[in-house]
Design a protein around this ligand. Structure first.
Ligand code: 5AD
Ligand code: SF4
Length: 494
């Protein structure tokens, strides 16, 4: 999948029009340029990618990484000065934007010392015209800006940067195009995200995503299956199907198909051991999906089901299309079908007009569901979204107080849920060596909980049985069950 036959490409001819061949052509052009640079400098050319935000961005960064490695760059380690720095940005909350400006401010001096350094910006924040204007004005040392819809063009744009002394800016408002078969370089050898759809059509009134990621479009199932089979052949055992609203997967495809059907197709892929997905919108979660999940051997017992608020009037003004009651019914239905499932959520505190009563409704849902874990956010006003113009923005001190009360509750619930599984022996996919203690490794249970246990790094990428000894809030300490464990190639059999 990552192999491009560069010998086949003649860069003295004109660039082809079709994708991805056009990009392969430009990658080869960049490759020749970087080859010369390396000879000139007698050293490798280094790059760094800094990724902000969600799993989608993490996956996009893997695609950029793949293109850069094909061009001939090497990822910089701590002591290398990068020749190219790319920020893959997020704009879901104001904080994310501030971090990028902070990083750019720091880079100004660096760039003055090292004028050949290429600085690029991409991702959601670049889809906002005001941001691009600000960067052109205040950070004119940036070399390249592109958006979420033309990431596939990175090679072509970089080629332009090499021959230009002006800032290259290419941001599209939206696209229907999905370019397949670009090179990617995974962060983990044994697990991978897989995009199944792009964009979002829900227009929740607080959210900027539909404006920066464009209209919802699904990849064809055959392309998704091909990609996963290739990943499995390359050593992947766990995949995470990615979309802003995976439950509406398949709408608009020539042969329309449901998300549950796609899951059934993915389940059949031999060698694949775990299937995850993210994110589910409660309004579109079907009985068919619950049924498929409960019968599946590979779909992980975890569902991320953002509630955002427990107040019906707020949910209406958020444009969420469900009520507190229907959400709670859905949770009941899911738990009845799969009693051991983990349910996690996103909650926003301080949405415009939120009263104490509204907040109490949110607390009530939280207390009733007792989430395994919850991401709690303070409402952030995003220019261009309907909620930015709503009256009655909630005073900061009130929001902070509510936020702290909510946080205390979700932490208690998380500890309660974790304690329930104590003493069980569970399957854990070992992900990395523990950063604090090299004698330990860290892995994930199928319900997404984190477990630390004594073990060596040869276990990374394997699914092993671990006894849960101690629950620490939202993670565990455990012991690998090794009694008569035999190591068989890539897995431990008990
Ligand atoms: N303010 C605060 N949180 C937000 N989210 C999305 N937009 C905003 C905003 N304007 C949160 C939602 C969403 C998660 C990814 O980010 O909870 O589910
Ligand atoms: Fe934003 Fe709502 Fe779409 Fe999620 S579903 S990305 S919160 S608009």
């Amino acid at each position: 999948m990552n192999e491009i036959d560069f010998d086949e490409i003649d860069i003295n001819e004109n660039a082809p029009y079709e994708e991805p061949q056009r990009q392969y052509y430009y990658i080869k052009k960049c490759r020749d340029y970087i080859q010369k640079k390396k000879q000139e400098l007698s050293r490798p050319m280094y790059f760094t990618i800094k990724t902000f935000g969600c799993q989608m961005n993490a996956r996009d960064s893997e695609k950029i990484h793949g293109i850069l490695e094909n061009i001939g760059y090497v990822e910089a380690s701590e002591n290398d000065t990068p020749d190219l720095i790319l920020f893959n940005t997020c704009t879901v909350r104001e904080n994310a934007n501030l971090k990028v400006y902070g990083n750019l401010g720091n880079l100004k001096k660096e760039k003055a010392k090292n004028p050949d350094m290429i600085i690029g910006l991409c991702g959601c924040m670049m889809q906002e015209p005001d941001v691009v204007e600000k960067i052109k004005k205040s950070y004119s040392f940036v070399n390249l800006i592109f958006g979420t819809h033309n990431l596939y063009k990175f090679g072509e744009l970089l080629n332009e940067v090499y021959s230009s002394n002006k800032m290259v800016v290419d941001v599209l408002k939206d696209t229907k195009l999905i370019v397949e078969k670009l090179p990617t370089e995974r962060k983990y050898a044994f697990k991978s995200g897989v995009n199944i759809m792009f964009g979002c059509d829900n227009f929740c009134t607080y959210c900027i995503v539909p404006y920066v990621r464009g209209r919802e479009r699904s990849r064809k199932p055959e392309h998704i299956i091909r990609e996963i089979k290739d990943l499995v052949n390359d050593g992947v055992v766990e995949i995470m199907l990615l979309g802003q609203n995976v439950n509406s997967y398949g709408k608009g495809l020539e042969n329309s198909i449901s998300f549950a059907k796609l899951l059934q197709m993915v389940e059949e892929i031999e060698g694949l051991k775990r299937i995850r997905f993210m994110t589910s919108h409660p309004k579109d979660l079907s009985d068919e999906l619950i049924d498929v999940m409960s019968k599946s051997k590979k779909i992980c017992r975890h569902i991320h089901l953002p509630v955002q608020s427990g107040s019906n009037s707020l949910l209406k003004r958020m444009n969420r299309h469900y009520t507190k009651e229907s959400y709670l019914e859905l949770v009941d239905k899911i738990r009845k079908a799969m009693p051991d499932i983990s349910i996690t959520t996103d909650i926003i505190v301080g949405f415009p007009g939120e009263t104490e009563e509204d907040f109490e409704d949110t607390m009530d849902v939280v207390k009733k569901v007792r989430y395994d874990s919850a991401y709690t956010f303070i409402y952030s006003k995003r220019t261009g979204t309907p909620a930015a113009k709503f009256p009655d923005q909630v005073p900061e001190d009130v929001v902070k107080d509510r936020f702290n009360r909510l946080l205390k509750q979700v932490q208690e619930d998380s500890a309660y849920r974790n304690a329930q599984k104590l003493g069980n022996t569970v399957d854990v996919l070992v992900e990395e060596q523990n950063t604090q203690n090299p004698e330990f490794v860290t892995g994930k249970m199928d319900n997404n909980s984190t477990v630390h246990f004594k073990g060596n790094k040869e276990l990374i990428g394997q699914i092993v049985k671990v006894h849960l000894d101690e629950a620490k809030g939202f993670y565990y300490y455990g012991t690998i069950v090794t009694n008569d464990a035999e190591i068989h190639g890539d897995e431990v059999r008990i």
